[in-house]
Design a binder for this molecule. Structure first.
Ligand code: 5GP
Length: 203
């Protein structure tokens, strides 16, 4: 489907929640949106996992320790949070999301399924998008290909991925990640973009 086709059949929303199985490429799709659509605000999550090479604090994640994460939870500073792959905690700082929406910016969260379910309860007006791999084999190939996890970690992620694939029906829209840029454009087509909500010439 082209972006125009997507616009024609799906509702658009100012807040889009992107979820999907592990290693489907959510982060890569989000990075493509970030690079090509600076008008879209993308949430930076807090996480207790250590940074991977090349990851920057405040850009890819806010890297925090357990005590700081506890403090954020206790202070109700997170819109949602979850333990992902039974390994680390990840959460969405609430205030930046509220500020982006209040400023009229289209906003996107790239989070796991447990987090998406929590946001569905607190912000049901958001549009929930499921990013799906072209096939199970392709998902396994991508997971193994990344090579950043241990075998045990990979097995844990595959187990999570199987469960997550089954959740597609809970989502408003599915995008198949055949190719990153096309998937990113489909995603952006689902957002209410600034120039459309605030036309420069309203007459
Ligand atoms: P990674 O450690 O590979 O960057 O991310 C692992 C998983 O955590 C991905 O599925 C990603 O979508 C998820 N994730 C990242 N940020 C958040 C967040 O703020 N909340 C939740 N619930 N999951 C997140």
């Amino acid at each position: 489907m082209t972006a125009d086709d997507v616009r024609a059949v799906h509702p658009r929303s100012r807040l889009v929640v992107l979820a999907g199985p592990t290693a489907v490429g959510k982060g890569t799709v989000a990075a493509d949106v970030r690079a090509r659509h600076p008008e879209v605000w993308i949430s930076v999550s807090a996480t207790t996992r250590p940074p991977r090479p090349g990851e920057e604090d405040g850009v890819h994640y806010w890297f925090v320790d357990d005590a700081e994460f506890d403090r954020m939870v206790a202070g109700d500073e997170l819109l949602e949070w979850a333990v992902v792959h039974r390994a680390a905690r990840y959460g969405t700082p609430r205030r930046p999301v509220e500020e982006a929406l209040a400023a009229g910016r289209p906003a996107m969260l790239e989070i796991d399924l447990q987090g998406a379910r929590q946001v569905r309860r607190t912000m049901p007006e958001a549009l929930f998008v499921f990013l799906k791999p072209p096939s199970w084999d392709e998902l396994v190939r991508r997971l193994v290909g990344r090579g950043t996890e241990t075998a045990a970690e990979r097995e844990r992620r595959l187990t999570t991925a199987r469960e997550e694939l089954a959740a597609e029906a809970e989502f408003d829209v599915t995008i198949v990640n055949h190719e990153v840029h096309a998937a990113a454009e489909e995603l952006v087509a689902l957002m209410v973009l600034d120039q459309e909500s605030f036309p420069s010439d309203p007459h």
